[in-house]
Structure formats: structure tokens, C-alpha cells
Ligand binder design. Structure first.
Ligand code: FES
Ligand SMILES: [Fe+2]
Length: 400
């Protein structure tokens, strides 16, 4: 469906009805959102999940986030992050190892840095009286551990980080839950990944062939509006159409004889029909729509009994890290049931093949220029949110 074929929007979702068949050049750049446009390697000033906690050990591990090379190491149970570059001759510290507790030594000449503050505290090849000790520092980064992962704060200036919990989805902080997840390095810019996650039009078409949706039809098209709520934006479905006749072309539907019957009513939790029963925590959250997005690229997809999150972690201009997490607000013996479901099906079907279709598209997307259509209000609303939030953050950091 192209812009000129789509019906006029039914409410104030930002688009205006346009005459049919009038060619327009489309959007040539992202200058309408200068901060977003500049965030090729990600937005600094946020916490990012970089790897599983269990992968950070006494042997240093190299990661890249927001274009920044970082060496992670665990000492005394705590994870530390240092700039992965020895100031002496620029060798990666992640190639070194620990010669003394609480430190990391560069592999080349044994310059040794304190993990807590990055200070050069010994130079093995210059003797105990080395005059350069205390005069050189490598940058350290704030580190936290949440959801079984190590999170690193990438500062904007020299500001203190905000508490990590203020950046996590609220329901994750306030309720006990059980989770399963995947962290995958993926090609493509992180913004294409974030845009794909919240993209209104794609799931019902791109994912129609996924095994995850083998028995559940998805709509053909929707009328959706984007609603802000706190630091999130939500996609709210106003009309859901399961079938359509496209003039001069024919009928198109995702329904099949072997799939469940589509529901009659419009729904806003899950994307395949109105749920019979909602998890009590999810019900209490009262989400206006099943898909929501917040800075710095956190997607939340709410199903009747679990929530799926995607964290799009910028690596550099052409790579990101996909962190997919599925949680269930359950405790006790039901935890075993969740793991069974997650490891037996969700991990392969949803966090594997289904999101693999997204990875494919993110890898091949090439924009701007672009010619947006009605459902892309989801994209422009996200860019607007990112632009506004980051401009505020930058102003606050500058004021400090
Ligand atoms: S380069 Fe690191 S000690 Fe020389
Ligand atoms: Fe998708």
C-alpha cells in the first residue's frame, strides 16, 4: 500500500488527508530531527545492556557501545568497565589480564590500572618507583547489573548517571518476574532496529510467514494512533481490518482455514485478538496499547500473559546489539512452566525465527531518503520523542 492508496486518517494523528495520485518527492533527510539524525552511533547519556552478567569474569571482555570501546572485567564479585585503550601505546586493555587484585594490566609493557578509578597504580617494567604512576588515568564507566545483564552508562559530558531503575520499564522494577532472553550482535544501524520494532505497518505483513504466527492470523491493516504516556509512546488500535479488497487487484487477508478465527472487536493487548484473561500485573498496568517505545530505544510488546522487550543497543554506525527479553510475572512452581515454554518454543520461534525476520529487514533498510505512508506515524512519533527527550537531556548536561 502506498501513501496515495491509503484512506484518510480518522483522527489527529499528525497526517493530513491528501489528494490522490499527486507525486511528491518524499523525505530526503532527517533534518527535522537533528539530534536523532546525529545519533548515528547512539544517544550518549543512557544505560545500555552490553552482555550477560555470567560472561563478565576475571578475564577481560571487549565490547563496543555507542562507538566506545570498553573492557569489562569482574573482580571481587563486581563488574567494572574501563576504556579499552592503554594510554601508553594504544593497545586494548581487554587483551591484558590481572596481575594484582583490583587491577588490570596491559599486555604490552605491564602498565597496571586500578579498576575503581582507572588510575595507573603500577608500571611493572619501570620498577616500583616508577614516576609515571598516578599521572595517567584510563576512563572508567559506571556499571550496574539488572535482568542478569551488565549495563554500562555512556556519559554525555562528565555528568553523574541517572539511576538505572528510572530507565527500565516501570513494571520490571516494581514486580517480581521470571525471564528468558537473547543477546545477538546484528548488522544495521540501531535506529533502523528501533524504528522497525515500533513500525505499525510491518508485523502483519513481514511476519505473516513466521511459525510463531502459524495458527494466529494477523490483521491486514489497522487504523492506529500514537498516544504519549509518561516517557513512552503507545500505538493504540482504533480499527482492525482482517480482510480487504484492493480496487482493481483483489482480496488480501492473512486469515486461513487452519488458523483461529479473528476476533470481532478491536483490542489493544496482544496483536492477534481480544484476550480472554489478562495477567493481573499486566491488567493493573492498564497499558493503552500493546506496543510502546521509550528512550534510548526500549520496545515493549504486551501480550495477555507476558511482556516482550527489545533493547536496541548502539554499537557503531552499522551494527547494534539486539537484546530480546520475555518476562512473566510469576513466582513459585509456575516458574518451571515458564522456562519450559520459553526454552521449548518462545526462544526458537519468537526470539529466533520471528525476530530474525526483523534482523533481515534492519540489515537491508537504507533511509533516508524515504517516502513515508500513513502507518509511518509510528516512526515519526518515535523520532519526535527521541529528538525532544535528548535535546532536554543535552541542555541539562550542559547546565551542570
Ligand atoms: S601499550 Fe600498554 S603498557 Fe605499553
Ligand atoms: Fe517485527
Amino acid at each position: 500500500m502506498t501513501g496515495s492508496d491509503s484512506p484518510a486518517p480518522k483522527d489527529g494523528d499528525g497526517a493530513r488527508p491528501r489528494a490522490r495520485g499527486v507525486a511528491r518527492p518524499g523525505r530526503q533527510d532527517w533534518s527535522a530531527w537533528p539530534e536523532y539524525d546525529a545519533a548515528t552511533a547512539g544517544f550518549r547519556g543512557y544505560w545500555y545492556p552490553v552482555t550477560w552478567s555470567s560472561h563478565v569474569t576475571g578475564t577481560p571482555l571487549a565490547v563496543t557501545v555507542c562507538g566506545e570501546k570498553i573492557a569489562l572485567i569482574r573482580d571481587g564479585g563486581r563488574a567494572y568497565a574501563l576504556h579499552d585503550r592503554c594510554p601508553h601505546r594504544g593497545v586494548p586493555l581487554s587483551l591484558g589480564d590481572q596481575q594484582f587484585p583490583g587491577t588490570l594490566s596491559c599486555p604490552y609493557h605491564g602498565w597496571t590500572y586500578r579498576l575503581g578509578d582507572g588510575q595507573l597504580c603500577a608500571v611493572i617494567t619501570d620498577g616500583p618507583e616508577s614516576r609515571i604512576c598516578g599521572k595517567v588515568t584510563v576512563r572508567t564507566y559506571p556499571v550496574e547489573e539488572r535482568l542478569g545483564m551488565v549495563w554500562v552508562y555512556v556519559p554525555l559530558a562528565n555528568e553523574e548517571p541517572h539511576p538505572i531503575d528510572s530507565q527500565l520499564p516501570e513494571e520490571m522494577v516494581e514486580n517480581p518476574f521470571v525471564m528468558g532472553g537473547r543477546i545477538q550482535p546484528r548488522t544495521g544501524n540501531w535506529r533502523f532496529a528501533a524504528e522497525n520494532g515500533f513500525d505499525e505497518g510491518h508485523a502483519k505483513y513481514l511476519h505473516r510467514t513466521s511459525l510463531w504466527r502459524l495458527f494466529k492470523p494477523m490483521p491486514t491493516w489497522n487504523i492506529t494512533k500514537i498516544v504519549p504516556g509518561g516517557r513512552w509512546i503507545y500505538r493504540v488500535q482504533q480499527e482492525v481490518h482482517w480482510d480487504a479488497i484492493f480496487p482493481g487487484v483483489g482480496r488480501w487477508s492473512n486469515t486461513r482455514w487452519w488458523k483461529f478465527q479473528p476476533p470481532k472487536e478491536t483490542f489493544n493487548i496482544g496483536n492477534t485478538g481480544k484476550p480472554k484473561k489478562l495477567d493481573p500485573v499486566i491488567e493493573k498496568c492498564d497499558f493503552p496499547g500493546f506496543a510502546s517505545l521509550s528512550m534510548p530505544g526500549v520496545l515493549r510488546i504486551v501480550y495477555p500473559n507476558f511482556i516482550h522487550y527489545e533493547f536496541y543497543v548502539p554499537v557503531d554506525a552499522d551494527n547494534h546489539r539486539y537484546v530480546g527479553v520475555m518476562i512473566n510475572f510469576t513466582e513459585g512452581w509456575k516458574v518451571a512452566g515458564f522456562y519450559l515454554k520459553y526454552l521449548g518454543a518462545i526462544r526458537w520461534l519468537f526470539h529466533g525465527q520471528f525476530t530474525g525476520q526483523d534482523a533481515w529487514m534492519v540489515d537491508v533498510t537504507d533511509a533516508p531518503p524515504e517516502k513515508l505512508y500513513r502507518p509511518d506515524v509510528s516512526l515519526t512519533a518515535w523520532r519526535g520523542l527521541a529528538q525532544e527527550e535528548f535535546a532536554k537531556k543535552k541542555a541539562a548536561a550542559g547546565a551542570q
